[in-house]
Design a protein around this ligand. Structure first.
Ligand SMILES: *Cc1c(COP(=O)(O)O)cnc(C)c1O
Length: 406
């Protein structure tokens, strides 16, 4: 008999986006004339930069000719891409990451989800609340948790992000083995100062722990927070970093990302002997992954060209202007919020309203869609997330409607 992996039955049925879609649909049916403005999704809205499109086309043309055709590429990515990433994203920031410590992939979602399979099942895991759900669900599927009760899985140490701790969770005073961090944060939109990240790196070194650092939004940073965990001294021994072209260059539908596993980074077997994490991830990728398509890697390389830099900077500035429009409106309306400015998300305290009430109020009274914070974890119960991925006109209109509705 073919039996199910029972861990899947522990997954909290995620009705969040289905729930939102249903409420939006009902509203539209009842109000056919209302133009709904969506500020809920975490997906970009602007097309690929011209420089990327051009390189993408050239890559396809090369695949069409016998002399330049390519079959399987290296599973870790072509060296032209790994070299430019190592130079531009790391060495220029004083982080000595070499090209062969960079693994090119088709997404940070799959890499952040897959990485846990290299580790034992009885690890102590720390996961932020609220959180990008992938870190949590992939560990549930692997069997690292008990059941789900009152907004919490047994067996997970939750790193609570609250107003009281300035949305930067305290460094634990217990021993944890695997720590997930994401800065700039999704869904909260906060960045982490160097001094704070240094505390985590020190903690990981003291406890022989590992940090999985998600830097998907690093290109949005406009303050002096580090763009990479590897800007912190000692981080190469205890951290892995995930980066993606999705948000920086509109690659959500094109698919290209990067995982950095430094060669110094060691994990341990039952005899307390060191195992190279770099070799282990390389072995895993060689077995389960056959690389990102050549034209896509050419398109990603073009992000680093002079034209590509101008165009991606303009894209990010465009979205960040939207966060200014939202935070200006929140300031004038007296709402408490964090985020924006150095990230595409704004995390807004609903005050008297809980997150679903606030969601419904925005929808019914302003025809604006946001994401209820409760969908990202228990600590999001009183919050909503507004995303900057839309046009200036729509964001301005959404804020005008909100002002009128209140
Ligand atoms: C969008 C996003 C990613 C990127 O995922 P891809 O699979 O590379 O598109 C990674 N982490 C977080 C937190 C994100 O919001």
């Amino acid at each position: 008999m073919i039996k199910v992996n029972e861990n899947y039955s522990k997954l909290k049925a995620s009705y969040l986006f289905a729930d939102i879609a249903k409420r939006v649909e009902t509203f539209q049916v009842e109000n056919p004339d209302k133009k709904i403005i969506k500020l809920g999704i975490g997906d970009v809205t602007k097309p690929l930069p011209e420089a990327c499109v051009k390189a993408f086309h050239q890559g396809v043309d090369e695949m069409a000719k016998e002399e330049t055709f390519r079959g399987y590429g290296p599973s870790g990515g072509y060296s032209f891409l790994r070299e430019i990433i190592s130079k531009e994203d790391f060495q220029k920031r004083g982080a000595s990451i070499s090209p062969d410590e960079i693994f090119v992939s088709d997404g940070s979602k799959c890499d952040t989800a897959n990485f846990q399979e290299l580790f034992a099942l009885d690890l102590k895991i720390a996961i932020p609340d609220p959180v990008y759900p992938v870190y949590l669900d992939s560990n549930v599927m692997a069997g690292r948790t008990g059941t789900y009760e009152n907004g919490r899985y047994q067996g997970i140490h939750y790193l609570e992000c609250t107003k009281e701790n300035n949305f930067l969770p305290e460094i634990p005073d217990t021993k944890l083995d695997l720590i997930y961090l994401c800065f700039p944060n999704n869904p909260i939109g906060t960045t982490a100062p160097k001094q704070y990240l240094k505390q985590w790196v020190d903690y990981a070194r003291e406890n022989k722990a590992l940090i999985l650092f998600d830097a998907a939004y690093e290109a949005f940073i406009r303050n002096d927070s580090p763009h990479s965990i590897f800007e912190i001294e000692g981080a190469k021994e205890v951290a892995v970093e995930f980066r993606s072209f999705s948000k920086v260059a509109g690659f959500t539908g094109t698919r290209c990302a990067v995982t950095v596993v430094p060669k110094e980074c060691m994990i341990y077997n039952d005899n307390n002997e060191k195992i190279s994490l770099h070799s282990l991830w390389g072995r895993r990728q060689n077995t389960k992954f056959n690389g990102v398509s050549y034209p896509v890697q050419k398109a990603a390389e073009a992000v680093y060209s002079e034209q590509g830099q101008i165009e991606t900077r303009a894209l990010i500035s465009y979205y960040l202007k939207n966060t200014d429009i939202v935070t200006d409106a929140m300031d004038s309306l007296g709402f408490d919020y964090v985020g924006g400015g150095s990230s595409p998300y704004i995390w807004i305290d609903g005050g008297q309203r809980d997150s679903w009430e606030f969601f419904q109020f925005l929808l019914s009274e302003a025809a604006v869609v946001c994401t209820p914070g409760a969908g990202f974890g228990k600590c999001g119960d009183k919050y909503i997330r507004i995303s900057a991925f839309n046009s200036h006109e729509n964001v301005e209109e959404a804020m005008d409607r909100l002002k009128e509705a209140l």
